[in-house]
Design a protein around this ligand. Structure first.
Ligand code: DGL
Length: 256
């Protein structure tokens, strides 16, 4: 029987995770559900985020997935444990890549949504890191601006949406930000860290425990999971679900 993996995000952000998973595990079938009409989630009440996430997972369950990925730091911060208690299949979350960023040391900026910034999960993760100091910056308008640029072609200025400052590394703590990871890296003149490759590795481990091939990337440069020209592939294995399937398919094809 074919192995189906459900990947969920509030919108196009999870496409960065989908891309990393397709590259690492191209033989699997993927169902992608991006809730673009209701994006952004990042400032919504927690109950609402949990309700939207549960409805996506119910859909994945009906479609017979073997595992699901919350390709959304916000949903992970708000309701990963709750969802794990409700569904029979493994559910992987997405967390800001503070652990690999901490390895480079120095001043690290963590960009994320307001809900992720205030979460106990992120704060516990940062507390485990030694040798680096972290500034957590909620960016309330950034995910929506990225969604609007990719979906509707509306431009925006990074200088208006990002905090100023000098940092040695920047954690992309929202999957939407990976879509403009190179721009964010150029804005700060610093390497960026996102969790997409780590998720693909964990998915591989969950599906076939013996194929685990290590922990987080040590790579201090721009992550390979960011959009790369000419690296497309695997779209045939992806089914895009929901009313905005067409939007997500197009952005995936054009970006990854
Ligand atoms: N892409 C999501 C995340 O990783 C959510 C962004 C949003 O909808 O605000 O947090």
């Amino acid at each position: 029987m074919e192995t189906k993996i459900g990947i969920f995000d509030s919108g196009i952000g999870g496409l960065s995770v989908l891309s990393a998973c397709v590259k690492r595990l191209p033989a699997l079938r993927y169902l992608y559900l991006g809730d673009n009409f209701r994006a952004p989630y990042g400032s919504r009440p927690k109950e609402e985020i949990a309700r939207f996430t549960e409805s996506a997972l119910l859909r994945f369950r009906r479609l017979g997935v073997s595992a699901a990925v919350l390709a959304c730091n916000t949903a992970t911060a708000v309701c990963l444990e709750e969802m794990r208690s409700k569904f029979p299949f493994p559910i992987l979350g997405t967390e800001p890549a503070v652990l690999p960023a901490a390895k480079r040391g120095g001043e690290i900026l963590v960009l994320c949504t307001p809900r992720t910034a205030e979460s106990a999960r992120l704060n516990a993760l940062i507390a485990r890191c030694r040798g680096a100091s972290f500034t957590v910056a909620p960016c309330p308008g950034l995910a929506a601006a990225i969604e609007n640029r990719f979906v509707r072609g509306e431009p925006f200025s990074l200088a208006e949406l990002l905090p100023a400052g000098e940092y040695g590394g920047v954690v992309l703590g929202c999957t939407h930000y990976a879509l403009i990871g190179r721009e964010i890296s150029a804005f700060y003149g610093a390497p960026v860290y996102d969790g997409a490759e780590g998720i693909a590795r964990r998915l591989s481990a969950v599906l076939a425990p013996r194929t685990v091939d290590g922990g987080w990337s040590e790579n201090g440069n721009i992550n390979k999971s960011l959009p790369q020209k000419g690296s497309r592939g695997g779209e045939a294995n992806v089914r895009f679900l929901g009313k905005t399937a067409k939007i997500n398919r197009e952005v995936f094809k054009q970006t990854f």
